[in-house]
Ligand binder design. Structure first.
Ligand code: NAD
Length: 235
């Protein structure tokens, strides 16, 4: 790294949670946890078969809440870095799990929503949930069944916090993407937005992704993330 960064944006994807036991999404074969993404991660899929979609996210939520699913060394290293770093730090995650907050991350945006939340289709009010819900669950605001959906962003929908994220990307001098395949738009273009304003861009991933970051570091997140962010603090 040339000089100490003052403003950092980190983007994480499913790869950072893989070593915690949460399956990644494999865009190449279009399958997520053995389901076709068109069935479980699109508004059309939800319209076609809502029960399948409810069941899919109920399963993901119960898996996330299982005792053996915990933040790993990469989540913890990011939270520690945020705590110790004197400059601006924003963590943007595409993940819908809650492992970053459980590790202690503070300035965190879930651009694709959260598994532990549901939303009313009428009022757009968002409610926390750790329980299963489906078409028969009564909504807390309109007291009617059939109005609740998972608070996750599906393909074809606008991710959350885009203004805030773009402003941070345009202001940062270091952008780091961790464990993301670069197949899901618009997150796949974040490094280019950061580059326009001359930020240095770094990718930490298990494998090559085909995106042209300035620096690529390959290895499992639990190894490369603590090492990279430890070195960054020492600069
Ligand atoms: P992706 O599954 O498309 O890509 C995962 C990337 O992580 C790959 O490039 C892979 O090489 C890398 N990887 C796998 N194991 C790794 C490890 N141990 N260390 C470092 N890197 C590793 O994920 P994506 O780019 O985040 O896009 C998937 C979409 O699916 C997102 O929108 C997300 O909302 C959703 N999703 C979320 C979760 C979650 O919340 N944990 C899980 C699956 C899918």
């Amino acid at each position: 790294m040339n000089s100490s960064p003052r403003s950092i944006v980190v983007l994480t994807g499913a790869g950072i949670s893989a070593e915690s036991g949460i399956e990644t999404f494999r865009a190449v074969d279009g399958l997520w946890a053995n389901h076709d993404v068109n069935d479980v991660a699109t508004p059309e899929g939800f319209e076609r078969n809502p029960q399948l979609v409810y069941q899919f996210y109920n399963q993901r939520r119960q898996q996330l809440l299982a005792e053996d699913i915990r933040p790993n060394a990469a989540h913890t290293a990011l939270a520690k870095f945020e705590h110790d770093f004197p400059g601006e730090f924003l963590l943007v995650t595409q993940n819908i799990d809650n492992l970053h907050e459980r590790a202690g991350s503070q300035n965190l945006l879930h651009m694709h929503g959260e598994l532990l939340k549901m939303r009313c289709l009428n009022s757009r009010m968002v409610f926390e949930t750790r329980e299963n819900f489906d078409f028969d669950t009564e909504c807390q605001c309109c007291r009617s069944p059939g109005n609740l959906r998972p608070h996750v962003v599906w393909f074809g929908e606008m991710p959350f916090f885009m203004n805030q994220i773009n402003m941070a990307l345009e202001a940062c001098d270091l952008f780091i993407a961790i464990g993301t395949s670069g197949n899901v738009y618009p997150a796949s273009g974040f490094y280019q937005t950061a580059k326009i304003r001359k930020a240095r861009t770094v990718e930490l991933n298990l494998d090559q992704t085909g995106s042209s970051f300035d620096t690529h570091v390959y290895g499992p997140a639990t190894e490369v993330v603590p090492e990279f962010f430890g070195d960054l603090l020492d600069q």
